[in-house]
Design a protein around this ligand. Structure first.
Ligand SMILES: [Zn+2]
Length: 109
């Protein structure tokens, strides 16, 4: 977190801080940092390791997304429910295909 992020965390409305205390990743709006080509959504959350408020944006690909605690230098998994659901159903789609193949193998010529 840079100085601006620290200030944003300090000045965050108590309502958002309370949601973060409950374990939610609370949206803080989109921001574009210096050198970025576009905006990214930022979240307020509490690091499960140090218990401090943090503000960060999701890193990496949707399937492996994480937030970063700048104090502990650790990754906090943040795969969105939407992505988890998609991964869950694609797994079952695959399973269904395998089962279908096993139960009804293509006819031999
Ligand atoms: Zn931490």
């Amino acid at each position: 977190m840079d100085a601006k992020d620290r200030l944003d965390v300090e000045n965050a409305p108590e309502r958002k801080k309370n949601l973060a205390r409950l374990g939610f990743k609370v949206p803080m709006g989109e921001e574009q940092k210096e050198g970025w080509s576009g905006k990214l959504p930022f979240y307020l959350f509490i690091c499960p390791n140090c218990g401090e408020f943090q503000k960060d944006y999701p890193h990496s690909w949707p399937e492996t997304q994480y937030l970063w605690c700048d104090d502990c230098k650790i990754k906090i998994s943040y795969v969105r429910l939407r992505t988890e659901a998609k991964m869950f159903f694609s797994f079952f789609g695959l399973l269904r295909q395998i089962l279908r193949f096993k139960c009804f193998p293509p006819a031999k010529k």
